[in-house]
Design a protein around this ligand. Structure first.
Ligand SMILES: [Zn+2]
Length: 347
């Protein structure tokens, strides 16, 4: 089957689903939409996962459910998209196939290349089936607790994220991610379940997914309200593609940037002003850009460059700190948001 056509599978029998997630991916063979009819087929919801081939928690949750065979209350569309990247050896280690675009940066024109064509078909299928909402399940590439990301802030988006986690990032950065198609009448949220090798992340995906399947009204804030930790307007630390990044516990003289291994432990913890973050080589500053939503470099507002070190210039929350040099250079090393220290309750 060509790798740029989404195949549609209707109501697979549990006994037809291979025993392991890996064998299941080989059965699918390419980007797929699995549609399971609900007890009430007049309504449907959508889920997507494995947009990044190295982020398997959502796939494992869907696989477990298909093997179990429980019929959902309402029809469920499951998009499983970067199947080839996931299957590229070693299994679940490639975010995208080498040389290809990141699929979760392709949900806006031009829809070029294989990922662009898959993104365009996904959007057409969503238009065709008109689900009530969509959750897009990911993992972080470094260690992290679970969190949600939305481009729209309202109770429906918060209620969807709260099926999985109480941490919520509201971003105004636009990259061509699937969640950016969200509208008030079609909420789309990203769920980051946690690290891609962390069994806790698999559990977050399974439990949230079951809430999503079984809930009658998943877009309504439950009685008693929601208690969410909100982070607004994150910025991204982007590196020039030729940046030499090393992960080590002491500065590497051959590297532009040396990231200490413990940096990922700061994910969602508060980093006080003055905290040491990274070692910088002589040419490093010119290769770094801390991008806000308008594309402006705001590095000096958040970080301080002193000697060979980069320090937090104010109290910050860091998240999506990667431990993968390829992702650090092709996407970003980390996100940061000012620490505001408040959470809100919606009734
Ligand atoms: Zn992802």
């Amino acid at each position: 089957m060509p790798d740029d056509r989404i195949q549609i599978v209707h109501n697979p029998a549990p006994s037809d689903i291979a025993r392991t997630p890996e064998e299941f991916l080989r059965q699918l063979g390419g980007p797929s939409l699995i549609i399971v009819q609900g007890r009430d087929p007049s309504r449907c919801r959508a889920l997507s996962t494995l947009l990044h081939g190295n982020e398997p928690s959502g796939l494992k949750a869907v696989h477990g459910w298909l093997r179990n065979g429980e019929q959902p209350n309402i029809t469920l569309l499951c998009f499983i998209l970067s199947v080839s990247a996931a299957l590229e050896a070693p299994l679940f280690s490639w975010r995208q196939l080498p040389g290809e675009r990141d699929l979760n940066r392709c949900f806006r024109p031009p829809f070029e290349g294989t990922p662009g064509r898959i993104a365009e078909q996904t959007l057409a299928l969503l238009d065709q089936y008109r689900p009530e909402c969509l959750i897009d399940i990911h993992n972080t590439s470094g260690m992290s607790p679970a969190f949600g990301v939305v481009t729209h802030e309202d109770p429906a988006h918060e209620a969807l994220v709260a099926l999985f986690t109480h941490r919520l990032i509201v971003t105004d950065i636009r990259l061509g991610a699937l969640m950016e198609i969200s509208r008030s009448d079609f909420p789309v949220v990203t769920i980051e379940c946690g690290g891609n090798k962390d069994p806790v992340a698999d559990k977050v995906a399974v439990e949230g997914f079951w809430h999503f399947l079984r809930g009658d009204q998943v877009l309504e804030v439950p009685a008693g309200g929601l208690h969410m930790d909100l982070y607004h307007h994150p910025v991204r630390l982007e590196l020039a593609p030729d940046t030499r990044v090393t992960f080590a516990d002491e500065p590497d003289p051959a590297a532009d940037i040396t990231v200490p291994w413990h940096l990922e432990r700061y994910n969602f913890g508060v980093v006080e002003g003055g905290t040491f973050l990274l070692w910088l080589g002589p040419g490093a500053r010119a290769k770094m850009r801390l991008r806000d939503a308008s594309g402006v470099d705001v590095l000096t507002r958040f970080f301080e460059h002193q000697g060979h070190g980069l320090y937090a210039a104010q109290a910050l929350k860091l998240f999506m700190v990667t431990d993968n040099p390829l992702i650090a250079c092709s996407d970003c090393l980390l996100y940061a948001a000012p620490e505001t220290g408040h959470s809100i309750i919606d009734g």
